[in-house]
Design a protein around this ligand. Structure first.
Ligand SMILES: NC(=O)c1ccc[n+]([C@@H]2O[C@H](COP(=O)([O-])OP(=O)(O)OC[C@H]3O[C@@H](n4cnc5c(N)ncnc54)[C@H](OP(=O)(O)O)[C@@H]3O)[C@@H](O)[C@H]2O)c1
Length: 342
């Protein structure tokens, strides 16, 4: 088989706070060779995800990247060599691989899937028809369990996960309120993603009052992507038998030392509130159903999405850092090479 030259981004040093570009380095070497049953993929897009802060942190996490190894990431690309009977060269596939031009993947892995380039732009396999859409769908429907007429509040509402949560909640007959940073993002929430109201947390001195004004009947589901003081405030406005989906902790820069905050237990008890941590990979079995529904809603014009695509693998570390400054305007992706389908 042809030997390909590879470029990849490795983790040089673990993070003690927010991920900085200096923690990474781009290296060049030979592309890896697929072993028995494996495939070699030439990536087209890779992602930058807020969860990566945890993957590279010195603090304990559900996933980890070792120093000196390729930074883990979600990717979509074209198979250039296959040792698997069900995957052929030229097929488009999405997988959990890394920030690299060429990657080896195991098609038997639960997160490996083929992508139909006729359905939608292949970049969506990393966004609304991929990890973000699946996270929104499973977290909201399985954990948040919204009912028609419920008020659903979402943080990072203009982002990839948050905007999908708001739209799915709307499809399910809920009233939706988004929290986002800046007037451009709150306008996106109401004008593009169909939220009934949006709050700019960066321009609001009194979030408690702003939320009460936007949620006159209280909050039935809070889909929390940030934690911190926003969560503390929301906990005081959750209705009887309300649900809080803990999906992300973007507002906390570091977990060392452990930050102190509100004591929620009395409120949880009195109002019988269910507050539950959500990890998308616990729901991989629901991904095919999520994909079917999300694709249908996309085709029906019920789902809008935004992408922020940076050019070139070497921009990935800066793209990641930008997520914590909120500079991304939608799903943060990195185009590794020209997209052969556009
Ligand atoms: N649990 C899971 O399995 C799982 C899976 C995927 C994603 N997630 C979580 O879902 C959330 C959204 O992910 P995404 O990929 O869709 O990213 P995103 O919302 O497109 O981008 C991240 C956003 O976080 C917000 N942010 C950054 N720093 C913040 C701070 N200090 N306080 C409040 N907000 C801050 C910014 O939006 P603003 O400008 O609006 O502040 C930024 O644009 C993240 O928390 C991520 O960890 C969880």
């Amino acid at each position: 088989m042809a030997q390909h030259q590879n470029r990849r981004v490795i983790l040089k040093e673990r993070a003690t706070g927010l991920p900085k570009p200096e923690l990474f380095e781009t290296v060049e070497d030979d592309a890896p060779s697929p072993g028995p049953g494996e495939v070699l993929i030439n990536n087209v897009y890779v992602s930058a995800d807020p969860g990566m802060k945890g993957w590279i942190s010195v603090a304990r996490n559900y996933a980890s990247v070792e120093t000196g190894t390729t930074m883990k990431a979600f990717s979509v690309g074209v198979v250039v060599e296959s040792n698997h009977p069900d995957v052929r060269e030229g097929q488009v596939v999405a997988a959990n691989t890394g920030w690299a031009e060429y990657v080896v993947a195991d098609p038997e892995s639960p997160t490996f899937r083929t992508v139909n380039p006729d359905d939608a732009p292949i970049s969506t396999a990393l966004g609304i028809l991929g990890i973000n859409g699946f996270t929104a769908y499973c977290g909201l429907l399985e954990v948040g369990q919204p009912k028609p007429g419920d008020t659903v509040v979402v943080s990072t509402a203009a982002g990839a996960v948050g905007s999908a949560v708001g739209q799915i909640a709307k499809i399910k007959g809920c009233r939706t309120v988004g929290i986002a940073g800046g007037p451009e993002k709150t306008a996106l929430c109401t004008e593009v993603f169909g939220f009934d109201a949006a709050i700019d947390y960066k321009a609001t001195d009194d979030m408690d009052a702003a939320l009460r004004a936007s949620c006159p009947d209280g909050v039935d589901v809070y889909y929390d992507n940030v934690g911190g003081t926003t969560l503390d405030i929301l906990l005081g406005q959750i209705n009887l038998h309300g649900r809080v989906v803990i999906c992300g902790t973007a507002a906390t820069e570091s977990w060392i030392p452990q930050p102190a905050g509100l004591r929620p237990e009395r409120n949880l008890l009195v109002n019988r509130i269910r507050m539950e941590g959500f990890l998308t990979f616990d729901f991989v079995k629901q991904y095919p159903q999520a994909h079917t529904d999300l694709l249908q809603w996309l085709k029906d014009g019920k789902l809008a999405y935004r992408e922020d695509i940076a050019e070139g693998l070497e921009t990935a570390p800066a793209g990641l850092a930008g997520l914590y400054a909120g500079t991304n305007k939608g799903r943060q992706l990195i185009r590794v090479r020209p997209d052969p389908f556009v």
